[in-house]
Design a protein around this ligand. Structure first.
Ligand code: FES
Length: 100
């Protein structure tokens, strides 16, 4: 079972492979308002994947298009509402929820 670690708070959560990353983050106890309701249309769930990026599901066209339109995006960026956990542990740094 992959372990999700949230760098900002130090919270961790054991999640089953296939769990949507945002669901694992919420289950870990983070309180994030998802402005677009998981439709890849906002930046609430934007984060950097510091560890385990390759184990996440591939980027969808919708996620790719949204990231292209955002500022502050890097090679570690993902939208947590658009990818799911694989078998490996993942460490993330939350960005969207903290930057407003
Ligand atoms: S919740 Fe809006 S892009 Fe993920």
């Amino acid at each position: 079972m992959p372990i999700l670690t949230i760098k900002n708070s130090g919270k961790t959560h054991d999640a089953a492979p296939g769990t949507l990353l945002i669901d694992a983050i919420l289950a870990a106890g983070e309180d994030i308002e998802l402005k677009c309701n998981r439709e890849a249309k906002c930046d609430s769930c934007h984060l950097f994947v510091l560890e385990g990026k390759k184990s996440l599901t591939k980027m969808t066209p919708a996620e790719n298009a949204r990231l292209d339109a955002m500022v502050g995006v890097g090679s570690k960026s993902r939208l947590a509402c658009q990818c799911s956990l694989g078998e490996e542990n993942v460490t993330v740094e939350l960005l969207g929820a903290l930057s407003g």
